[in-house]
Design a protein around this ligand. Structure first.
Ligand SMILES: *[C@@H]1O[C@H](CO)[C@@H](O)[C@H](O)[C@H]1NC(C)=O
Ligand SMILES: *[C@@H]1O[C@H](CO)[C@@H](O)[C@H](O)[C@H]1NC(C)=O
Ligand SMILES: *[C@@H]1O[C@H](CO)[C@@H](O)[C@H](O)[C@H]1NC(C)=O
Ligand SMILES: *[C@@H]1O[C@H](CO)[C@@H](O)[C@H](O)[C@H]1NC(C)=O
Ligand SMILES: *[C@@H]1O[C@H](CO)[C@@H](O)[C@H](O)[C@H]1NC(C)=O
Length: 486
């Protein structure tokens, strides 16, 4: 009696252990873009990720300064290859070998960088690119796969191609299909991914659906339930994310790869620059998303199989990004440019709410504003100049600083420029219209920033190496010259 009880207990224990080791936990990673005006030192960013237990990061290139900061961090990395490099890599095995050697192999040493994926292009099939990168993708993949094999890395590092959700379409998820102009390429791509055990990587943005379509039911973009569910045969969809995900599942199924693992390469919600882009909406969306993924519910077409991993877009705000898509484009970060959490978010990794960056070196607490005693009628060109260099996107309709008045507008533009120029005293001149103040001019949600000291502490360390060599070279040359003149 007791014996059977014991063996049953052991059996159950083994089952539990087995199940927990077999269960694939989706991981929550982040995209780390660096198109910023105020660049945090990469080592501070890596510490920020470690403090928040973020174990996966996706990059858009292979910047050596960033990769060096990731050395020894234990964070799993997806390195990116910009679309502009695809033509070369597709046509030249030598270039592909060199790319792998310089940008991958160099870091794949013991205690180096844990590179797991290479993103070959970024949304290369985007409709607005009119097919200009399309034909390079598969040939580049084939070359790079060979290069990885030659570097003995093919088993460890997987090639992927992050696609925009505009690669497929349908009114109902179950009818999903890749765009007709992509059918052939997608067939090749998916077969390549499958033979290498790579996932399909897709970027899904319910925010953009809402932003671009005034008929889009707002609550369908979130995960809190909707008054506009989408009924698709026996399946009902309560949020845009699941509907979009299953459209992809159906499209993959149509090509015979309905079981292919899916990774969400980018997903998120901006906090500024549009009416629907605000702190509350971003928190509700991202928290709803994370809880949904970690609940392991999956979707109607993939019950209990959530995406393998998701990478939030993004880690930090990027103030130098183009505003072509909209002013919100510079405000996707879960952290502001200086690594401060914008809102309370639990990434679900047993770590509580987001923790701020440590040891950020701010410039002194001072701001540049419009001098109230001056006639400001001639200020237009100054504002134009300031805002063409600095970021003024929060001033526009839907932005957090849109209501601060005409004088506020001028001060905001002056200050943004002044901080961008590292508080150089001349950068607050504006023909005598600007003045420096020590009182924080921020009003309500409208934050007047103080810049950070991004004097490239980590890269300047490395440059010191070169600097040293130069000094030595000059010294040796000088010595030889002296010797020669003797
Ligand atoms: C390594 O990647 C960077 C961009 O991320 C690129 O500029 C450089 O040319 C690459 N190296 C080679 C040998 O292709
Ligand atoms: C924030 O965004 C949500 C939807 O994205 C919108 O419904 C709400 O009105 C916005 N809040 C403010 C204060 O503008
Ligand atoms: C401030 O600037 C923004 C952007 O140009 C504009 O929409 C707003 O009307 C301005 N405010 C005033 C009071 O002029
Ligand atoms: C660079 O930053 C460090 C702190 O990170 C600071 O001590 C140093 O003065 C800065 N150098 C310059 C030239 O700004
Ligand atoms: C820091 O380094 C990057 C390249 O890594 C460079 O583009 C940027 O201008 C540098 N910033 C400063 C303040 O030196």
């Amino acid at each position: 009696m007791a014996e059977t009880h014991l063996s049953a207990t052991i059996f159950c224990l083994i089952l539990v252990i087995l199940r927990s080791s077999l269960r694939v936990e989706s991981a929550i990673g982040v995209n780390w873009g660096t198109v910023s005006l105020h660049r945090l030192s990469p080592s501070i960013v890596v510490d920020l990720m470690k403090d928040n237990k973020i174990q996966k990061v996706k990059l858009f290139d292979s910047d050596p300064v960033v990769l060096r900061a990731l050395v020894g961090s234990g964070i799993e990395v997806m390195v990116g290859i910009p679309n502009e490099m695809l033509a070369l890599l597709s046509s030249s095995p030598v270039a592909s070998d060199m790319w792998v050697r310089q940008n991958i192999s160099a870091y794949m040493v013991k205690g180096g960088v844990d590179i797991r994926y290479i993103a070959v292009g970024n949304e290369p099939f985007l409709t607005s690119y009119s097919g200009q990168f399309q034909s390079y993708v598969v040939p580049a993949l084939l070359n790079l796969q060979q290069s990885l094999a030659r570097a003995n890395l093919a088993g460890y590092i997987k090639l992927v191609v992050p696609c925009n959700a505009d690669a497929y379409e349908s009114s109902l998820p179950s009818q999903g299909a890749f765009r007709p102009d992509l059918t052939q390429i997608m067939t090749q791509l998916v077969s390549f991914l499958n033979s290498n055990g790579s996932p399909f990587v897709v970027n899904i943005y319910p925010f953009l659906s809402l932003y671009g379509n005034s008929d889009f039911p707002q609550d369908y973009a979130f995960f809190e339930g909707t008054s506009h569910p989408v009924t698709d045969g026996p399946n009902v969809y309560y949020n845009a994310f699941d509907g979009n995900f299953d459209t992809l599942v159906a499209a993959l199924n149509r090509l015979g790869y309905g079981q292919m693992p899916i990774v969400i390469g980018e997903v998120g919600w901006p906090t500024d620059g549009a009416v629907s882009a605000n702190l509350t909406a971003a928190r509700v969306f991202n928290q709803g998303l994370i809880n949904h993924i970690l609940s392991n519910k999956g979707t109607p077409l993939r019950p209990e199989v959530p995406p393998m991993d998701i990478y939030l877009f993004g880690l930090l705000d990027e103030g130098a990004k183009t505003t072509l898509p909209g002013n919100f484009e510079r405000h996707w970060g879960i952290f502001s440019f200086d690594g401060q959490a914008k809102y309370a978010l639990n990434l679900g990794m047993g770590n509580g709410l987001l923790k701020n960056a440590r040891d950020v070196q701010y410039l002194p607490s001072r701001w540049c504003i419009a001098n109230p005693s001056m006639d400001l009628s001639g200020v237009t060109n100054h504002i134009k100049l300031a805002c063409s260099a600095a970021d003024c996107t929060t001033l526009y309709y839907g932005g957090s600083c849109n209501g601060i008045g005409a004088k506020g507008n001028i001060s905001y533009a002056f200050n943004s420029y002044y901080q961008l120029r590292k508080q150089d005293s001349q950068s607050c001149e504006f023909d005598g219209l600007g003045m420096v103040t020590f009182l924080d001019p921020s009003v309500g949600d409208c934050r007047f920033l103080v810049g950070i000291n991004d004097n490239n502490s980590s890269s300047s360390k490395n440059l010191c190496g070169f600097g040293g060599v130069w000094v030595m070279l000059v010294w040796v040359l000088g010595f030889l010259r002296i010797m020669g003149s003797l």
